[in-house]
Ligand binder design. Structure first.
Ligand SMILES: [Zn+2]
Length: 293
């Protein structure tokens, strides 16, 4: 797995013209960084042929912020949906002020609100945490019927070459039961996510057709993303869904995209600079992501 770091340092070139363009690019990038506060913008505006286009070649999961920052209450949007789509057409996340769960599929970002309604997110809306890729399946497996969450993840694990890479999943079919949740919009001062999910609204679907978009991250990504499986669900009619707490498959096919490159966009602002990420928040991640038994 290669992890690419994109610094604001510009690369020198022997070519004089390229060097001049690069100098101008550096200047614009510096201004944009100062103004907008995101490493991403620098790459997006100037380094065509690098960041976004690199992601467009596939095999790259691009992530905004970290799960620990989200757990710590960094809920203000850091990247627009327009920009996020330069990095992928499939993925998951949340929205500015934690206003709903995000599921992106076929380059449409759906917002599943805490009241159960769904909207298509506009290009100017923003996300504080998301991970996306240009989905291109490497593996496909028809899942056996009547399997629950545990067996589902076991079946998928069985076809993966290693637990040490990041995978993006797309599962389509009929589900015997899906239990989801969403999160309500927050007002400042923000409460930690562990507090918010204590009163999270949940939704139950029975014998429903739909699509699950998910990630499977290795254990070593603790603190950065959610180790193991993280799934979001959307009904076939695109009218309901949410973050999956429990799921039971009737007939479904899972497609897996192995993303062996990982690109992080870390916010350059005070919220992110000052959030405490020293502690191991693994227990909080489990509490936030899973169904309370
Ligand atoms: Zn989620």
């Amino acid at each position: 797995m290669s992890i690419r770091y994109y610094s604001s340092t510009c690369v020198n070139s022997g070519d004089a013209l390229f060097h001049f363009v690069n100098l101008v690019a550096c200047r614009i990038r510096w201004i944009m960084q100062k103004k907008m506060g995101l490493l991403f913008l620098a790459g997006f505006l100037v380094c065509t042929g690098t960041h976004a286009s690199y992601a467009q070649q596939g095999k790259t999961l691009t992530q905004v912020s970290t799960i620990d920052a989200l757990l710590g209450g960094v809920y203000d949007g850091k990247m627009s949906i327009r920009q996020l789509k330069l990095y992928g057409d499939t993925g998951l996340g949340t929205f500015d002020t934690l206003d709903g769960e995000m599921l992106m599929v076929d380059a449409t970002a759906y917002r599943i609100r805490a009241d159960g309604t769904i909207q298509i997110a506009g290009p100017a809306e923003t996300t504080p945490f998301a991970a996306v890729t240009f989905f291109n399946a490497d593996l496909e497996k028809t899942l056996p019927g009547s399997i629950g969450m545990e067996e589902l993840t076991r079946q998928i694990d069985a076809v993966l070459p290693t637990p040490n890479l990041v995978y993006v999943l797309r599962i389509e079919g009929t589900f015997k039961e899906v239990i989801t949740r969403s999160v309500p919009r927050q007002e400042k001062p923000y409460k930690p996510l562990t507090e918010i999910v204590k009163s999270q609204p949940t939704f139950k679907f029975k014998n429903v057709e739909g699509v699950v978009v998910g990630l499977r991250c290795p254990a070593f990504m603790k603190g950065i993303n959610v180790p193991g499986y993280h799934l979001h669900f959307l009904t076939k009619d695109r009218k309901a869904g949410g973050h999956v707490l429990d799921i039971s498959v009737s007939h479904a096919v899972v497609k897996v995209d192995t993303t062996s490159n990982f690109y992080m966009v870390l916010p350059e602002d005070q919220d992110f600079y000052t959030v405490d990420m020293e502690e191991d928040l693994s227990r909080d991640v489990t509490a936030v992501e899973s169904l309370k038994k």
